[in-house]
Design a protein around this ligand. Structure first.
Ligand code: ADP
Ligand code: MG
Length: 241
């Protein structure tokens, strides 16, 4: 293992909800510079995995390791402080705050941040996302796609090393989806590492350098997208969904 390059590792992660095993001894690691697509039918355990890897859900078994540190019992804000950020399947914006204010909040949580530097960073983030013209609008008045872009912006304000995006394209108009994909690609080229969740294989194939597939709480494939999409277990999981 090249320890320097590994950003995050889930070791034999288990999560149960009542009788359901949502994650069953899942191994998942991401090295710096990767762009991983995480796919699987609805209910296969993708969000549960992300919730554990970002400190939002304690595992029932196994361990999360961030840059070589075992995270046992740590809160999500400590994951964020170590460069791990995520978006939610259902966006978690402050609906009654403006677009600009939604970016200022995470920015101001960063140690050593100043008002002036955070406002400047928020403005350049809006510029990058092409949302500047909406900066004084309440977040609740944005379209679904614009809200997804703003959530990405909130993540960017934390200047994370790795971003987990949970279903960023769900319900997003194709035009905004293309914009979102372009922004992700640009951020990736600038050095950010991504794990992007989707339940649709085709939209994620465009983006990913590596594809991980889950089915019924287990990881069933992990590798180059071209190989994974031909994998018999993957085809069977999708045929059965
Ligand atoms: P995915 O994101 O791949 O659609 P999830 O991780 O959300 O899948 O869910 C995996 C399984 O765990 C599903 O059967 C789901 O119903 C169940 N599950 C997820 N979260 C909870 C929860 N908070 N309480 C009870 N069951 C849950
Ligand atoms: Mg999900």
């Amino acid at each position: 293992m090249s320890a320097a390059a590994e950003l995050i590792r889930g070791v034999s992660l288990v999560k149960r909800f009542g009788g359901i095993v949502a994650n069953d001894t899942v191994e998942f690691s991401v090295v710096e510079g990767d762009l991983v697509g995480l796919i699987g039918p609805n209910g296969s355990g993708k969000s549960t995995l992300i919730n554990m890897l970002t400190g939002h859900l304690p595992p029932d078994g196994g361990e999360v390791v961030v840059r070589g540190h075992e995270m046992r019992g740590q809160a999500a804000h400590l994951y964020a402080a170590m460069g791990v950020a995520r978006t939610f399947q259902l966006t978690q914006l402050f609906g009654r705050m403006t677009v600009l204010e939604n970016l200022l909040v995470p920015g101001l949580t960063r140690p050593g941040s100043t008002w002036r530097s955070v406002v400047q960073q928020a403005r350049s983030t809006l510029d990058f996302l092409k949302l500047t013209h909406l900066e004084q609008l309440h977040a609740k008045n944005l379209s679904g796609g614009q809200q997804k872009l703003l959530e990405l912006g909130r993540c960017m304000m934390l200047e994370p090393a790795i971003l987990f995006l949970d279903e960023p394209f769900a319900g997003v108009h194709p035009h905004l989806r293309d914009q979102l994909i372009t922004r992700i690609q640009e951020l990736h080229e600038a050095g950010r590492t991504f794990v992007v969740v989707d339940h649709d294989m085709e939209s994620i194939l465009r983006l990913s350098k590596r594809l991980v597939v889950m089915a019924r709480g287990r990881k069933i494939a992990d590798g180059p997208p071209a190989d994974v999409r031909e994998d018999q277990a993957v085809l069977a999981a999708y045929a059965g969904s």
